[in-house]
Design a protein around this ligand. Structure first.
Ligand code: ZN
Length: 56
């Protein structure tokens, strides 16, 4: 699960889509539109990138 740092909403990994821009990876909270930063930890066995939330 991912947790929104702003509203504490919790979302399954397939509910929100990781995005990237010049500032790095992030996802937008579906509940409050807060930008939550993500860190790409590399691809899994199927080649899909894996992400973790950065603790700030
Ligand atoms: Zn939120």
């Amino acid at each position: 699960m991912w947790t929104c740092r702003n509203c504490n909403g919790r979302f399954a990994f397939d509910q929100v889509e990781a995005q990237i821009d010049e500032g790095g990876y992030f996802f937008i909270c579906p509940g409050c539109d807060y930008r939550n930063k993500l860190v790409n930890t590399g691809a899994d066995a199927t080649g899909r990138p894996q992400f973790v939330q950065r603790d700030e």
